[in-house]
Design a protein around this ligand. Structure first.
Ligand SMILES: NC(=O)c1ccc[n+]([C@@H]2O[C@H](COP(=O)([O-])OP(=O)(O)OC[C@H]3O[C@@H](n4cnc5c(N)ncnc54)[C@H](O)[C@@H]3O)[C@@H](O)[C@H]2O)c1
Ligand SMILES: [Zn+2]
Length: 358
């Protein structure tokens, strides 16, 4: 078992990683007050709800089981959470628990940020993506029909419990999607970690527990450090969007739901590497290495068939990360060294898009 800390002064919190974490001794000390609202979904509830309920049985507990899927990550679904809390007369001293993947985490987190102007919440992420990324850092929110994650708040959890036992039921495609974010950390800031991922990719896909624990530990260490330095994304936190500018364009083009987020990020990272090559920072063998790792992870390495450079330009023009109308990209100076570039010349971008699109 490993415990890391997200150092945010009086809002610092632990990330606990390992098997068999669902015990009262571990969970209860992080709950303040008497009331606990467990938020989960219809897929995760039959698998893991009972062990969580057992760990919090000393408290006054209510449960909300949400419908599964990104399509439900909107304001109307939040009402189910608020209604359950209000019907049980939960006070500002209640603690919410998010038990599920990133969708449940984002919704339960936003509900916790806004219920009676803010209550505490714990994250118990159950997908690899949520364990290495979305449960850490305090970004919460829901989608609007006009844009993904457009309604939200920064609200840090009081603890994160990444129980590696819970990954055993994860479908292989979801595991690969989580690996995309793991690869992202190696690519953006740690060449040694990248090499380690390359050497362990088969073990990771086979759910080797030691390899997974190490991947989660390294990823969370990097995310925690980036969040400590830049909680509200004024600077270095933007690097976490490596591959995401292109990935979001793919998701928007496909209308969300066809490709998983991590799959779009896989292709997006190869595209970011190709732009980096076009501007002279990487060479062809670096791009091939990124593509080969994504492929070994079970991820796409090219945009969906039929998606054109102009489709990318249309979607990227409205990216939330753009500043004052300039497109912002996270590019690579080298594998393991990302930077923000808002002055990519149009020819290089266009050449990269043409190379990457089918
Ligand atoms: N807040 C952040 O910083 C942040 C960062 C990255 C992504 N996100 C958000 O996270 C979401 C994606 O998260 P995700 O990839 O975890 O998707 P998800 O929450 O939809 O989970 C994927 C699927 O796996 C199921 N599932 C979850 N745990 C399982 C388990 N242990 N066994 C079997 N099935 C399980 C879910 O019910 C769902 O069907 C997106 O909405 C994205 O916007 C947020
Ligand atoms: Zn992501």
């Amino acid at each position: 078992m490993h415990t890391l800390t997200v150092e945010l002064g009086d809002r610092a919190y632990p990330i606990v990683i390992g098997p068999e974490l669902m015990t009262a001794e571990r969970i209860a000390p992080h709950i303040h007050g008497r009331q606990v609202l467990v938020v989960t979904n219809e897929t995760v509830a039959p698998l893991y709800l009972s062990r969580v309920l057992k760990a919090v049985s000393a408290f006054e507990v209510a449960t909300v089981v949400l419908p599964d899927g990104e399509a439900h990550k909107h304001l109307e679904t939040l009402d189910l959470i608020f209604s359950e809390a209000l019907e049980n007369r939960f006070s500002r001293n209640a603690t919410f628990i998010a038990l599920g993947g990133g969708v449940v985490g984002d919704m339960a987190g936003f509900a916790a940020a806004s219920y009676q102007r803010g209550v505490r919440f714990l994250q118990i992420p159950t997908t690899l993506l949520a364990q290495v990324d979305s449960s850490v850092g305090g970004k919460t929110g829901v989608n609007h029909r006009l844009g993904k994650n457009m309604i939200g708040a920064f609200h840090q959890p009081t603890a994160v419990f990444a129980d590696t036992d819970m990954l055993k039921s994860l479908p292989p495609r979801e595991l690969s999607a989580g690996l995309a974010e793991v690869i992202k950390y190696g690519l953006l800031g740690d060449h040694q970690f990248l090499q380690w991922i390359e050497s362990k990719i088969e073990a990771l896909r086979a759910q080797d527990s030691e390899a997974l624990t190490e991947a989660i530990r390294q990823s969370c260490t990097m995310k925690a450090e980036i969040v400590r330095r830049d909680e509200r994304e004024g600077g270095v936190r933007a690097l976490l969007n490596l591959g995401h500018t292109f990935g979001h364009a793919i998701e928007a083009h496909l209308g969300y739901g066809d490709w998983l987020h991590g799959e779009a990020v896989g292709a997006g990272m190869v595209m970011a590497a190709e732009v980096s090559r076009q501007i002279g920072a990487l060479d062809a063998s670096d791009v091939a290495r990124v593509a080969s790792l994504c492929e070994s992870a079970g991820l796409p390495t090219k945009p969906p068939a039929g998606m054109t450079p102009s489709d990318f330009m249309t979607h990227m023009a409205v990216d939330k990360k753009n500043v004052d109308g300039r497109m912002r990209f996270i590019l690579l100076r080298a594998l393991g060294d990302a930077y923000v570039d808002d002055a990519v010349d149009p020819q290089s971008l266009s050449a990269a898009l043409t190379t990457c699109c089918h």
